[in-house]
Design a protein around this ligand. Sequence first.
Ligand code: TYM
Length: 336
Amino acid sequence: MSDNQKQTIFSGVQPSGKLTLGNYLGAIRNFPILQEEYNCIYCVVDMHAITVHQDPAALRRATLEVLAQYIACGLDPEKSILFIQSHVPAHAELAWVLNCFTMFGEASRMTQFKDKSAKHTDNVNVGLFTYPVLMAADILLYQANLVPVGVDQSQHIEICRDIAARFNNTHPGTFTMPTGYFPKAGEGAKVMSLADPAKKMSKSDENENGFILLMDKPEDIMRKFKRAVTDSDARIVMDPQEKPGVSNLIQIYALATGKTVAEVEAEFVGRGYGDFKPAVGEAVVELLRPIRERTEDLLKNKDYLEQVYTEGAQKAAYVARKTLDKVYRKVGFVKR
Ligand code: TYM
């Protein structure tokens, strides 16, 4: 299939701190699988990251680290466009236009805005409020057909579709309608905290036993899994309602080893958590080892990373400009 017959995929990850096993199993794991069949564009969304306080030096480091992790997880800069959001000004430019096609009420209903403004009461800024509009601009600029994300992003995909539909309604044929591409339930769609299986695994969790970082050392991974919250019924069976902690560990173990849930349950019949938790830890150590080592190597080669993000931004800007020109013409801006 030639490149212009292929559908387009777009996704992004925030460089706000370190990436977790949730980011990997819910989203990034799927990125390389898709790059053979689609035109793929993957972005490090640094502009989204500054909606909460960031230390500038740490943000720069984290941005390069996410780029390195994209490559370490199997993305090939020759096959996919990899770039940094702030390097392509069209994102901010389209976001402004889309702000004027987004209703105050619908932005107010976003659960992420409600959660983050409750958590960062000292910094309830307007960027946090218009975050989903910038995300819609990211996706719509590239006329993306599919957006691979974890289920926590489903509301953001919905508002993106609503904004696109509203714009297309006034200006027909402008944007491709994107669809979210979510892992199936139990296959990484939502990886839960190891410390509190009612919450999703998140790098912003205050309890660092709750999340596994892609760059965690093996001994830290083992310790966190050994401490993972389970229940007092010692059976290793999938039951997300009654046994959320164990079910989360089964999901992680199945994904890390390539086994089915039934195979995992069979493997641990008659065995207790004392066997199961270290087995999950070891499987995750082995899953993440090559990613961590490759990331460390890539971070030593800043020239290479610079070449990747510079070329990526050039290619992305070319595609983005075409959409932005069309949008500017449709809304009535004079051609520059
Ligand atoms: P972010 O940076 O929070 O997360 C990156 C990706 O990881 C997924 N994810 C999870 N999946 C399963 N279980 C978890 N515990 C878990 N935690 C995170 C997220 O669903 C996401 O796919 N708003 C986005 C970034 C973004 C974006 C975009 C995504 C900006 N523009 C355009 C797609 C398209 C975010 O905050 O992701």
